[in-house]
Design a protein around this ligand. Sequence first.
Ligand SMILES: Nc1ncnc2c1ncn2[C@@H]1O[C@H](COP(=O)(O)OP(=O)(O)O)[C@@H](O)[C@H]1O
Ligand SMILES: [Mg+2]
Length: 269
Amino acid sequence: MINVRDVTYTYMTGTPFEKTALKNISFDVSEGEILAIAGHTGSGKSTLIQIVAGLIDLTSGSVEIDGLPVADKKIRRLVGIVFQYPEHQLFEETVERDIAFAPKNFGLSDDEISARVNEAMRQVGLDASLKNVSPFELSGGQRRRAAIAGILAMKPKYLILDEPTAGLDPKAKENLLREIFGDVKKSGVTIILVSHNMDDIARFADRVIVLAQGEKIFDGRPRELFAREEILQRAGLEPPPITQLMRRLGVDEIVLSLDEAERILLKKN
Ligand SMILES: Nc1ncnc2c1ncn2[C@@H]1O[C@H](COP(=O)(O)OP(=O)(O)O)[C@@H](O)[C@H]1O
Ligand SMILES: [Mg+2]
């Protein structure tokens, strides 16, 4: 369980560039939940997840993970965070060594490390034949997968992903999300997904928190969010295309996916 209480955070306090990025944010994340954090660029999403991961020191409020303050070193292994454009952090000679980097630092046996590398590659849909390839020979989508696999190989209890599909082509994007949210979720991992893609949120998130100018302005189910015009407008967000289309067709229900839309339309005719 993650407990975030009254977190306020200001960058460059006392300078002319002072910027309050988060204002009084509180929420809990339950085990096994997929929580999305949505909001316009600059709304505070990345600041918030870095605070949750213990990468930015708190100045006011508190974050506890499984009952321990986030500053406690014991939580380091519990939380895995994948930054935006994580492939920029690949640096080893081979894909295998890159993915093995964190587990090696945990002091695990070679067998355990090797098993974790194989499992992580499978989870992100990277073919085992790529193990001995240099990360620089991979395609953009494969590099992204390798970087995410490196975090999965830590076997974090809490997985935080900051815009994991940003900049990928539509095909690579679709498969990557399916993999992360199918296989990884089955293993019971709790996921915090930062995204401004409402379609991804509609399909994968159990719950969504919306930030606008550092404030939490919504916390609930995606289906509830897409019924709240005023919230969406304030946050500068739009419901997924399929949700908008079904509304234009006069369907009262909030529709989240093509499958749901198909079911409703077939019933009507
Ligand atoms: N290192 C930093 N120094 C100063 N201001 C920052 C820094 N990082 C982010 N900010 C500011 O804090 C606000 C929130 O940024 P961020 O958390 O990156 O938002 P998001 O991830 O939603 O785009 C923005 O106004 C941004 O300009
Ligand atoms: Mg960001």
